[in-house]
Design a protein around this ligand. Structure first.
Ligand SMILES: Cc1ncc(COP(=O)(O)O)c(C=O)c1O
Length: 492
């Protein structure tokens, strides 16, 4: 049976279901499969003409034991998860006219129009499936820089076994993103707007880790997370690398480059693991904005926290790329003692300078770049003017990085990931195009509809969020779970 282990090495191996339902391992480490499955060219050939959902079934089957989720169950979970997506292809690839062999992978056609829908559509359905099978409830808690929150809220809304607690830094996300969380009229969705977070979403991630480490609190209510600390997210995100590769190559085995707008390294970790599994990717580009957390790691071997800066690509205003540890674990020969030492050191000092032999091991096959705000805005404008295609600020960061690194990347086909719909960032688009009138491509029905709905949220300052949250979670748990009944049972 495929087992899942903590990269810190201090917890017992667990099965797939436990890894998904627990989120973090008991020692505070991240779960990974004990070994990475390998994919051959012959297998890629068999997958060449599969639809996105069919391909997802094949790739995920490499990580999931049939005893845990049967073939039929996995197919049903996947079909349900991607049914609300607006494009039949799920993630279409758009060829750019102004650059040869360059494709924008549109990951924003899910219900909350960001790439977080890709991982969360599947993961939330899977979690609910496991819980329903055991007749248990769970409190999910996530922190968001603007995209994970809406997707978690959407997919959890009305789910019989789940409550979703969604924390966001009030001033640092767009009103459009906020409304996607606060306008859902479902009693199991609890948005928490937190004002004055000094380090934005990273402060809220730290709060979640603290609640996790509090066994007393956890024993009073069942707690888990679907942030990208959850293996299910990373695993699901490997699929779009396989899909994109199979869509753009002429010959199987030919190598491609992929540029990824990055913050927490969840998406890029998935791409890096897909390459470790055998997918022919030559270079992965860690595309940052000026917060540069990954650019420091991949250009200088420096993993460090710095002051948060607001940028037009606000969803990647992130300081700690937590999933980097997952990737590093595989690159240093699964040495959990080293990973634990570094994670502990980072916790206490906020900075690690990797030695050159370690840097060489993990940075091979990566390039990185930090796009400036000016570059991001100028690129949105120039692509719109030259080919009437509107990039969101995050896609613009990934293309800006690829443009800048063009010579080092070479002539292979290039996929740039577009992780959000421009309709979520109207002010940035107006600024970039220097026009108050938004083009049609910057509008989306779901955003317009949400403007007509009323909002429901908890509002509090950062310095009191912990106590407010604990209290709200406990009283909600007692209310929904006190009689040991599910919502369904209560309403029947
Ligand atoms: C729109 C958007 N793009 C890119 C990212 C970066 O993804 P990751 O944190 O997995 O690096 C995020 C993460 O929040 C996002 O919301």
């Amino acid at each position: 049976m495929l087992q899942y282990i903590s990269i810190k090495g201090g917890a017992e191996p667990v099965d797939f279901e436990t890894a998904i339902l627990d989120g973090f391992a008991a020692d505070g480490g991240l779960y990974v499969p004990q070994s990475l499955p390998q994919v051959s060219l012959a297998q890629l050939k068999q997958w060449k003409n599969l639809s996105y959902v069919e391909l997802a079934f094949e790739v995920l089957s490499l990580f999931i034991d049939r005893s845990s989720v049967s073939e039929l169950e996995l197919k049903t979970i996947l079909q349900d998860a991607y049914a609300p997506f607006e494009k039949q292809e799920i993630i279409p690839l758009h060829p750019l006219k102004s650059r040869s062999d360059t494709f924008i992978m549109e990951l924003f056609h899910g219900p909350t129009i960001s790439f977080k829908d890709i991982g969360l559509a599947f993961l939330v359905n899977l979690v609910n499936f496991f819980l329903a099978r055991k007749n248990q409830r769970l409190s999910l808690i996530v922190a968001t820089t603007g995209e994970t929150g809406p997707a978690t809220a959407y997919f959890c809304a009305g789910k019989s076994q789940l409550d979703a607690w969604v924390l966001y830094p009030k001033e640092l996300i767009t009103k459009e993103q906020e409304r996607q969380m606060t306008c859902l009229a479902h009693p199991n969705i609890h948005p928490f707007a937190v004002s004055n977070c000094p380090r934005g979403g990273d402060d809220l991630d730290a709060l979640i880790s603290k609640l996790y480490a509090d066994n007393d609190f956890k024993s009073q209510l069942k707690l888990s997370s679907v942030n990208s600390i959850n293996w299910g997210r990373v695993m699901m995100q490997t699929v779009h690398y396989f899909y994109g590769y199979l869509q753009v190559v002429d010959t199987l085995g030919e190598k491609i480059n992929v540029s990824v707008p990055s913050g927490g390294f969840g998406n890029l970790c998935a791409g890096a693991l897909a390459r470790e599994m055998g997918l022919p990717i030559k270079t992965l580009v860690a595309a940052n904005n000026k917060n540069a957390c990954l650019d420091r790691i991949f250009s200088r071997g420096l993993f460090s926290k710095q002051a948060l800066q607001s940028t037009p690509s606000s969803a990647i205003d992130i300081l700690i790329p937590i999933n980097f540890w997952r990737y590093l674990y595989f690159k240093i020969g699964a040495d959990s003692t080293l990973i634990k030492t570094w994670m502990d050191e980072f916790e206490t000092t906020g900075s690690i300078q990797f030695e050159s032999h370690i840097f060489e091991k993990y940075s091979a096959g990566f390039l990185s770049y930090s796009a400036t705000d000016e570059q991001t805005l100028a690129l949105i404008k120039s692509i719109y003017e030259t080919e009437q295609y509107l990039l969101d600020p995050h896609a613009a960061v990934s293309l800006a990085a690829a443009d800048t690194l063009k010579e080092q990347l070479g002539n292979e086909k290039l996929i740039c990931l577009a992780t959000a719909h421009p309709a979520k960032f109207p002010k940035v688009i107006q600024q970039a195009l220097a026009d108050d009138v938004l083009p049609d491509q910057a509008m989306h029905d779901s955003i317009e509809q949400a403007k007509k709905l009323s909002e429901k949220l908890h509002l509090c300052e950062y310095d009191v969020v912990e106590s407010a949250l604990r209290q709200a979670m406990l009283s909600n748990w007692q209310f929904t779970h006190g009689s040991d009944k599910t919502d369904q049972e209560k309403s029947s």
